[in-house]
Design a protein around this ligand. Structure first.
Ligand code: GUN
Ligand code: ZN
Length: 421
């Protein structure tokens, strides 16, 4: 098949290629060529030798790297960028001691702006091109986050973190002002730059929201077709307190379901302590999981088993969960996911970890038709990761990518064919 002569190639990269495929497989080219058109859409991916016959134009030589789809961080907290490593866990103590005071600082616009810029740069440097982001409860901080995402070129879904009860005064925001701010954010940012940015409905967790807030959040998500992101079943203590606070619900997952917050565009972070019935409900509603293994280790929250979601066909993505997670690197998250599964006696292979960090994330966010893998017709969200030249097989490339993270991070990053790094 030859390239349509009318196609204007705006990105042509030569390097090793490693990508999951939509059909469940993995594609490897020891010497590959990737071409994208002026709209940033991949028009060719294959071996360099065969591709070169169809495209004689200039090519950027990246043979010291492997080209992979940009990482999708399915769960990360922007206002926690500067408190990575505060060892004050477990969860509820850590929130009170380390997280809430810092999140309150984000109500100062200048501070929020500096943190937003810092976080986005750090994510891009690690090869993350898409993220599902929790803001703070400050509408100003959230607005600044979107402004920076828009300018910097990253792909994201983000939302005001909803907290109207059982939260520090400095962070509590009532239902009406919160919903007003969310509607304003939707008008201004949802669908920005041909869908590069989306607004996500973001109840922090059931403990920080009233039943009325959760219901309104569910209504907004349904009316506007928005992604929903929240936490569930992270620790046993939080689970007990949630059922006390929401006495009408039959389970933690049931709290969200009762509010209309559970559906195919819902991403639930952690999901460590769920019953079989709760897993069935997540599956029945088509929701996805953001697995955050590094965070679960750091806060001692427990180990999420992969078998219950996988057996039920539930999509599992990976989240850095900064700042309970200690790194923005999805490579670190992949290694942690591997370790977590190994500790449970149910190992996963590195290819599965790689799929969760890329296509799995795209599927969780509902973006799998546009991104998540390097395939013709998808948008060119591409990362070049430096890799020793001798790694030419899938096994060697995955070993390096997932575990050998002493090597430098992304050498170059593109979103929709536009260079970000
Ligand atoms: N549960 C509620 N808020 C948070 C948070 O900020 N981080 C984590 N890991 N869990 C939460
Ligand atoms: Zn989180």
């Amino acid at each position: 098949m030859s390239l349509d002569p009318a196609t204007r190639v705006s990105l042509a990269l030569r390097g090793r290629v490693l990508t999951p495929r939509s059909d469940g497989g993995l594609t490897v080219f020891p010497d590959g060529l990737l071409l994208a058109d002026a709209n940033g859409v991949i028009v060719q991916i294959g071996s360099y030798r065969s591709g070169r016959k169809r495209y004689p134009g200039p090519v950027r030589d990246l043979r010291d790297t492997v080209l992979i789809p940009g990482f999708v961080d399915a769960h990360v907290h922007y206002p926690q960028t500067r408190i990575i490593g505060r060892a004050t866990g477990p969860l509820l103590d850590w929130l009170d001691t380390s997280v809430f005071p810092e999140e309150a600082r984000l109500s100062r616009a200048a501070y929020a702006e500096a943190v937003a810029a810092e976080m986005i740069d750090r994510m891009i440097a690690m090869g993350t091109t898409s993220a599902a982001i929790f803001s703070s409860s400050s509408p100003t901080a959230t607005e600044r986050l979107f402004t920076h995402l828009a300018a910097r070129g990253m792909r994201a879904a983000a939302g005001l973190t909803l907290m109207d009860v059982r939260s520090p005064k400095a962070l509590k925001l009532g239902r009406e002002p919160a919903m007003k701010a969310m509607r304003r954010l939707v008008r201004r940012w949802h669908g920005h730059d041909a869908g590069r940015l989306e607004v996500a409905v973001t109840p922090r967790f059931a403990l920080s929201c009233s039943r009325a807030m959760l219901r309104e959040a569910g209504r907004l998500a349904r009316d506007e077709g928005l992604l929903v992101q929240t936490h569930v079943g992270e620790t046993k203590q939080e689970g007990r307190l949630t059922l006390e606070a929401h006495g009408y619900a039959d389970s933690y997952v049931g709290v969200y379901d009762a509010a209309g917050l559970l559906g195919p565009r819902t991403v639930l972070a952690h999901a460590i302590h769920l019953s079989a019935a709760e897993w069935d409900r997540v599956a029945a509603q088509g929701a996805s999981i953001a697995h955050c293994p590094d965070s679960n280790f750091f806060l001692g929250s427990g180990r999420m088993p992969l078998a219950p979601p996988v057996r039920r066909g539930i999509t599992v993505a990976l989240g850095s969960d900064v700042a309970a997670g200690r790194s923005f690197s999805l490579r670190r998250a992949m290694a942690s996911a591997y370790d977590n599964a190994m500790c449970l006696g149910k190992p996963v292979d590195p290819a599965t970890c790689f799929r969760m960090a890329t296509l799995g994330g795209a599927q969780a966010l509902g973006w799998e038709r546009r991104i998540g893998s390097l395939e013709v017709g998808k948008e060119a969200d591409v990362v070049a990761i430096p890799m020793p030249r001798e790694a030419t097989t899938a096994e060697a490339m995955l070993a390096n990518l997932v575990f050998d993270t002493d090597t430098p991070n992304a050498a170059a990053v593109w979103v929709r064919g536009r260079r970000l790094l």
